[in-house]
Design a binder for this molecule. Structure first.
Ligand SMILES: Nc1ncnc2c1ncn2[C@@H]1O[C@H](COP(=O)(O)OP(=O)(O)O)[C@@H](O)[C@H]1O
Length: 191
């Protein structure tokens, strides 16, 4: 294990989050391999994957207070569904605790749940790697359709997942998710 992986493991252990650590390693590896496939920066993808969910060390019920303590601005949708705040908390921890200063990596961490308007290649790579290596049981129900869409393009893969979540069990319409969809629809239409 490299130094960053060891640091992440130590923090996860201290918060009784061993499963979280396994998910972080799986997403880091998937991000790197997807980055290679689509021509994104593999090293940045690995680091973003490794830290994308580190905000998960804070339980859902603490996320609003933590966000306020870090002076983060929150959407109404995040107050309604605090689970989603973990992407912003992960960015703060990546910066403050793990000394990540690279804006590309911080961006990919911060939008890995919802994506956002005009997502970068790295944003889309980490977003989809997380959906491929989800932290649910077994294989994700959407996996085979997502991989089919991904075989067309990274943006088609992202668009497929956004449409999937919008039609399955969506609890709040996060503004970044809607903005990401609009950007991707434009991008795919103008190809
Ligand atoms: N707006 C939403 N409403 C309901 N469920 C959501 C919403 N946004 C994300 N989810 C679901 O919450 C889970 C965790 O999201 P995600 O951040 O993508 O995974 P991870 O915790 O691995 O980073 C996923 O199953 C995702 O589909």
């Amino acid at each position: 294990m490299n130094r960053l992986e060891q640091q992440v493991q130590t923090v996860c252990k201290a918060h009784d989050c061993d499963d979280l650590f396994k998910h972080l390693i799986a997403v880091a590896q998937a991000s790197k391999s997807l980055a290679k496939q689509v021509g994104a920066d593999q090293s940045k993808a690995y680091i973003a994957g490794l830290l994308h969910d580190i905000g998960g060390i804070f339980p859902n019920e603490e996320r609003i207070d933590k966000a306020r303590a870090f002076h983060l601005s929150l959407f109404k949708e995040e107050l309604d569904l605090p689970m989603i705040i973990h992407q912003k908390l992960s960015k703060v921890l990546a910066k403050q605790e793990f000394e990540i200063a690279d804006d590309d990596i911080l961006s990919a961490i911060c939008c890995h749940t919802t994506l956002k308007a005009n997502p970068s290649l790295l944003d889309k790579t980490v977003f989809l790697a997380d959906k491929i290596k989800w932290d649910g049981a077994g294989q994700p129900p959407y996996l085979s359709d997502l991989l089919d869409a991904l075989s067309i393009s990274l943006s088609e893969g992202c668009l497929f997942y956004i449409d999937y979540i919008l039609t399955h069990d969506i609890k709040v319409l996060h503004p970044w998710l809607l903005a990401a969809k609009a950007s991707l629809v434009d991008e795919v239409a103008n190809k």
